[in-house]
Write a protein that binds this ligand. Structure first.
Ligand code: G3H
Length: 542
């Protein structure tokens, strides 16, 4: 057995050897939130198995960490929909008509409760999806910061709207109004952060919510159910459990979903949108597939390119929508790049999520190691090799990163989004080759260019900004900072997310207007002075 296999074998601990502070109490969730009530579930449940294996009498087994409701029909989902529709009440409900200042106060209470539950949520992130302690903590903190930034952005939006405009004899006040019922579904790789970056702005703008947690990453939302119940009026947030294909189609077919927000696959988004009977009434805010390319030019600073490509391809085992999923390297430096890159890849430390210095962790999707292995075999059959020692070694849910070279169009890895620790590397002679690859791609999220010649970089920036939504120069692809627009072209996204853009995505500009006459001015003055309307108002939030 190789040293690497032995090292990986040690990553299946006996439960007793896990430090007490990182052990997990099984969490058997039986409550679900509908219409302001935490209802008790007594039907079938989904057992939750951690990606972390432990030694048992029966050999290595995924650790059981809990269970959650798994309805076999869409009955509860439709009850949740009824509750959200009632709470919205065609825009006349308590929440959509509440003042922005009062909505913000509810959200501030919520975030306070969220912080009280930090350690439980971080522990569940580690155990449910195998994210390291450091990255799980970062995900939690980044989400809290995102909520506060969103609140500040909303105050700005509201201040800018707290005035009347007079143009061409028309007096008008323009504000952003909610859209209605939002179906919100997040991904497993950032189950807290990416879910909340849609859920929180959707709530704040006055919509009511159906919230379906991701399949891997459900339990970590449980600690917040009570906070949702206590901080918002009944029916504003309702939870949905069950297999997506069992519970979601009926919701879409009902025609009562106004916004679909999903961070997931374009295939699922396509299917769901088509189920809506009045597709023009449906707004979609989507973060979808991506196959971001890194392009290493012949004159690139290799140390920097290696460092950024390592982060870009393999942070959280490559399970980021923004990961660099294919590396194009100029043939003149391909050997040198591969030598340095594989050396760094092989220094990455596989470990358990709570262990200090861990960089590679178990994968939460049970089929993933087999799929990635299949990609490697396919690449080998078409003439490529795994060029780092031990690359692709599997130990249960661990998959040691594999660098594959030279990748060519016949291979799965050339086009498929591997979403895991495999790095396909393609040599090129002419820069037109990677450019054409990006043009032909179904995806258009980001690209990273590595080079030192300003003229060459500039000549790439101009064509590439019309293909993708972010061009990174000498830096890995990434979503942050969260104030930057996060979107994509083609099958990579619909709508734009960022602290401010998300507020726009979940609302619509609405105008109240009148002709500039003495009588109309008297009416407006009376409404404003007597505080008769939340919309027609010059109140200023400090
Ligand atoms: O999975 C996609 C995430 O939005 C990526 O965010 O670039 O900050 O890791 P990140």
């Amino acid at each position: 057995m190789s040293t690497l296999s032995l090292a990986l074998e040690h990553l299946i601990p006996a439960e007793s050897s896990i430090p007490e502070e990182f052990r997990i109490q099984e969490l058997h969730q039986r409550e679900y939130l509908i219409d302001g009530e935490l209802r008790t579930w007594d039907g079938p449940v989904q057992e939750v198995l951690s990606p972390v294996y432990i030694q048992t009498d029966r050999g290595a087994r995924r650790k059981v960490i809990g269970s959650y409701p798994l309805p076999a029909s869409d009955i509860e989902a439709m009850q949740a929909l009824d509750a959200a529709v009632r709470a919205y009440d065609n825009g006349r409900g308590e929440w959509p008509t509440m003042s922005v200042a009062d909505r913000i106060a509810c959200m501030e209470r919520f975030v306070g409760k969220m912080m009280e539950r930090k350690s439980q949520i971080v522990s569940l992130l580690m155990w449910e999806i195998g994210k390291t302690l450091g990255d799980s903590t970062k995900e939690f903190d980044r989400t809290v910061e995102y909520i506060y930034d969103t609140i500040d952005a909303l105050k700005d939006v509201d201040r800018a709207s707290s005035r009347f405009r007079i143009e061409q004899g028309i007096i008008g006040q323009i504000r952003r109004s909610p859209l209605g019922v939002v179906l919100c579904m997040g991904p497993f790789n950032y189950p807290l952060n990416e879910t909340y970056t849609t859920l929180i702005p959707a709530i704040l703008m006055g919509n009511t919510i159906l919230f379906k947690p991701p399949k891997h990453g459900t339990l970590l939302h449980f600690p917040m159910l009570e906070a949702f119940k206590e901080c918002f009026p009944k029916g504003v947030v309702n939870t949905i459990y069950g297999r997506g294909n069992t519970v979601v189609p009926a919701l879409m077919r009902s025609g009562r979903i106004n916004v679909l927000t999903l961070i997931g696959s374009s295939r699922v988004a396509d299917q769901l949108k088509k189920l809506h009977p009045k597709v023009n009434r449906l707004r979609a805010v989507l973060g979808l597939d991506a196959k971001n390319a890194g392009i290493i030019l012949g004159n690139a600073d290799l140390d920097l390119a290696v460092k950024e490509c390592l982060l870009g391809t393999l942070s959280f085992n490559g399970q980021r929508c923004t990961a660099i999923k294919i590396v194009w390297v100029h043939r003149s430096i391909a050997d040198r790049f591969l030598e340095r890159f594989t050396e760094e890849v092989n220094k990455l430390k596989p470990g358990l999520p709570w262990e200090k210095g861990t960089q590679i962790t178990p994968l939460p999707e049970p089929q993933k190691p087999a799929y990635l292995t299949e990609c490697l075999r396919d690449a080998e059959a078409h003439g490529a090799q795994v060029v780092n020692e031990g690359g692709g070694t599997v130990q249960e849910s661990f998959f040691f990163p594999a660098v594959v070279y030279p990748v060519s169009p016949a291979m799965k890895l050339y086009r498929e989004e591997q979403f895991g620790p495999v790095v396909p590397v393609v040599p090129f002679d002419d820069i037109e080759e990677p450019i054409q690859y990006i043009i032909d791609s179904d995806h258009g999220q980001q690209v990273s260019i590595f080079g030192t010649d300003p003229a060459e970089i500039a000549s790439l920036v101009d064509p590439l900004v019309n293909q993708v939504s972010r061009v990174n120069i000498n830096a890995q692809c990434q979503r942050g900072p969260d104030t930057f627009p996060f979107t994509g072209r083609k099958d990579s996204a619909e709508g734009t997310l960022s602290v401010e853009d998300a507020l726009r995505s979940f609302s619509i500009r609405t105008v109240v207007a009148t002709k500039d006459t003495a009588d109309n001015k008297a009416i407006l003055n009376d409404i404003v002075e007597e505080h008769r309307s939340e919309f027609l108002s010059t109140k200023f939030i400090f």
